[in-house]
Design a protein around this ligand. Structure first.
Ligand code: ZN
Length: 280
């Protein structure tokens, strides 16, 4: 079976785990080594629009494009810009012309329905590339405003990720970013998935993993219900709360495999949805 990780980076990231202090640096060779060790055929390599976390250093689009040329069979390049830059349309068009197959990781300190973001989403919709969005309290809030975006840009394809998205797997939400315990069915994600066919989500990082792990019984119902909308991803080289590394620690892939999903369901989540979205 083929496997595509839709959410990876290279560069320097700070550990948030109490069991691993300091920073982790992952090169392109480390990314390929993770892929080979776990059996990942292809990854989407995501740049960030500048320095978005004060201590992290994740390369921008030019570097991602350059590296993707060295591993054309293993790496699919994404592009990203800061929406406050000049000539956003020309810049994104150029990146797509140079080979980028998606836009993201979109991680900016603007409300998701900010006019400048809407403009970027429209450009991506016209170019036919998906937009991968990190959503939390700080970056691209909030899920209620996202519904306005969906009505304003009905043609855009969104891949959602982050605690500001995944906590809404449950109809009962508090202030916590990574809520635990049983999921109450009928959350906002369910409503959005049912109403808007252009919205997808990746299960990467702690947010996606926690949403599925907190209630595995509901996770298998949810993944069967939305098997054509969920994508496997890890957020490599980010560090897990346990102090090991997403991707090489196999946590996301093992969780999916151990849920007992039917082969066809698993195949969609592991690669078929990604192939379709990336136009491969
Ligand atoms: Zn990421």
């Amino acid at each position: 079976m083929e496997i595509i990780d839709i959410h990876t980076h290279i560069g320097i990231v700070r550990s948030w785990s109490p069991y691993l202090k300091g920073f982790v640096k992952a090169t392109i060779h480390d990314l390929i080594s993770y892929m080979d060790s776990v059996g990942i055929d292809l990854v989407a390599l995501l740049p960030l629009p500048g320095i978005v976390e004060p201590y992290d250093r994740i390369p921008g689009t030019d570097k991602v494009l350059k590296l993707s040329k060295e591993y054309p069979d293993r790496i699919v390049p994404f592009c990203v810009i800061d929406p406050r830059c000049i000539k956003p349309k020309e810049r994104i068009e150029q990146y797509v012309k140079r080979g980028c197959k998606g836009f993201g990781e979109y991680k900016v300190r603007l409300y998701i329905d900010d006019e400048r973001s809407i403009r970027v989403f429209k450009i991506c919709a016209d170019l036919g590339i998906p937009v991968l969005i990190h959503m939390d309290k700080e970056f691209n809030p909030d899920i209620h405003r996202f519904i306005k975006v969906l009505n304003k840009v009905p043609d855009a394809i969104f891949i959602m990720h982050g605690p500001g998205w995944w906590k809404y797997i449950s109809a009962e939400t508090g202030d916590e970013d990574y809520p635990k315990g049983k999921v109450i069915p009928g959350g906002i994600i369910e409503k959005i998935f049912k109403e808007y066919r252009n919205v997808y989500a990746d299960i990467s990082a702690h947010s996606g993993l926690n949403a599925l792990k907190r209630d595995k019984e509901y996770a298998s119902i949810f993944l069967r219900m939305f098997s054509n909308r969920v994508l496997f991803g890890t957020d490599f080289p980010c560090i897990s709360p346990e102090g090991n590394q997403f991707g090489p620690n196999r946590e996301h892939i093992d969780l999916l495999i151990n849920l007992g999903l039917e082969k066809e369901i698993l195949e969609r989540i592991l690669y078929k949805n990604a192939l379709r979205l990336l136009g491969l």
